[in-house]
Write a protein that binds this ligand. Structure first.
Ligand SMILES: [Fe+2]
Length: 297
C-alpha cells in the first residue's frame, strides 16, 4: 500500500507542474474540504461521489448529469427487499465453518484494532475456505438480487460481548451482503430499512441515526438470524444496524459481499475519470489515495 501511494504522489507532483492540472487540483481540494465526512461507517464512496458532483458543477457542469446518471447500475430493482434464507449449508459444511471460524488466525493489524474498538469484534478477511463458499453461494444471491453478481471481499466477524454495529450504509463494493450466522449464544437482531435513494452531503449535515431509525418512512424490519440462516440485503442502499449486544457473549457471522457484474470500475472512485471518460475528473481521482484517505495540499 505504501509503495502504491508513494508512486501516486510522485506522479501527482509531476502533473502539478502543468498549470491546467494545478488549477483543477485546487478545485478538487476545495470540493473535498467543503463536503467533509458524511458521519457513518463506510461512507467514503458516497462522500467521494458528493465531492465529485460538487467539483464537476464547478469545472464541467455539462458532464454532471452523465456522472450522476451513471450510477444507476448500483441501484437495486425497484421492488427489492431483503430475504431470509434457511438451511444455507448442509450439516457437514456448517460444522466445517464452525471449526474454521474458531481456528482462523486473527492478525494484529491496525485494521484489526479498529474493528475491536468500533464493533467489538475480531475479523478475518478473505479466508480461503470462505472465499470458496462465497462462490458457491453466488447463484443463490443472484437469484434473489435479480442480477448477475461477482464476488467481492468477505470476512468472518467474531463479535464478543461488546459487539455493536451502528446505523450505516455500505460502500457499493459490498453492494449486496449475504449475512450468515455461524454460531451464537443468543439471537442478536439486525434491522434493515427499505432501499432508499443515496443520501447527499446536504442530508449528511443533519444526520441523526435515531431519527432515521424512528422514522416510519424508512420501513425498518427486524430479522432474527439463527445458526445456518442468512440474510441477503442491499447494504449500499439499505440502512442497517444492530444494537449493542446485551443478551449474550458472542455472535459469529460470515459476510459475503457481492457487486453487480460489470461495475468494478464504477465502485472504485479512483477509476471514475476513465470510466466516465471525463478527463477533468483525473485531478480529483488522483487525490483518492486509497479507500480511506484523501491527499490534500
Ligand atoms: Fe454494513
Amino acid at each position: 500500500m505504501t509503495g502504491v501511494r508513494e508512486t501516486l504522489e510522485t506522479d501527482v507532483r509531476a502533473r502539478l507542474r502543468d498549470p491546467a492540472y494545478f488549477a483543477l487540483h485546487l478545485e478538487a481540494a476545495a470540493a473535498i474540504r467543503e463536503v467533509g465526512g458524511l458521519g457513518w461507517y463506510d461512507s467514503q464512496f458516497l462522500r467521494r461521489r458528493e465531492v465529485a458532483k460538487r467539483y464537476l458543477a464547478a469545472v464541467r457542469p455539462d458532464a454532471l448529469a452523465t456522472f450522476t446518471d451513471g450510477f444507476a447500475a448500483l441501484q437495486p430493482p425497484p421492488d427489492f427487499r431483503e430475504t431470509l434464507i434457511d438451511d444455507v449449508f448442509d450439516a457437514a459444511t456448517h460444522a466445517a465453518i464452525i471449526e474454521a471460524s474458531r481456528t482462523a488466525a486473527i492478525d494484529t493489524s491496525t485494521m484489526q484494532a479498529r474493528e475491536n474498538a468500533a464493533f467489538g469484534r475480531d475479523v478475518v478477511w478473505d479466508h480461503p475456505f470462505f472465499l470458496t463458499l462465497q462462490e458457491q453461494v453466488r447463484p443463490v444471491a443472484e437469484a434473489i438480487a435479480g442480477m448477475p453478481l461477482v464476488s467481492s471481499y468477505n470476512f468472518l466477524s467474531r463479535y464478543g460481548a461488546q459487539g455493536k454495529c451502528d446505523l450505516h450504509m455500505d460502500h457499493p463494493d459490498a453492494m449486496f451482503t449475504f449475512d450468515y450466522c455461524i454460531a451464537q449464544d443468543a439471537v442478536w437482531p439486525i434491522y434493515v430499512s427499505r432501499p432508499v435513494d443515496w443520501p447527499t452531503a446536504e442530508f449528511a449535515q443533519h444526520f441523526d441515526p435515531e431519527a432515521i431509525i424512528a422514522d416510519p418512512q424508512y420501513g425498518f424490519a427486524e430479522h432474527l438470524l439463527r445458526p445456518n440462516q442468512a440474510l441477503l440485503f442491499n447494504g449500499s442502499s439499505q440502512w442497517h444496524y444492530r444494537r449493542p449486544k446485551q443478551a449474550g457473549g458472542f455472535c459469529h457471522l460470515l459476510f459475503f459481499h457481492y457487486v453487480r457484474a460489470g461495475c468494478a470500475d464504477l465502485v472504485e472512485p479512483r477509476r471514475w475519470a476513465d470510466h466516465f471518460a471525463i478527463p477533468e475528473l483525473r485531478p480529483l481521482c488522483d487525490l483518492f489515495l486509497d479507500g480511506e484517505t484523501d491527499g490534500l495540499p
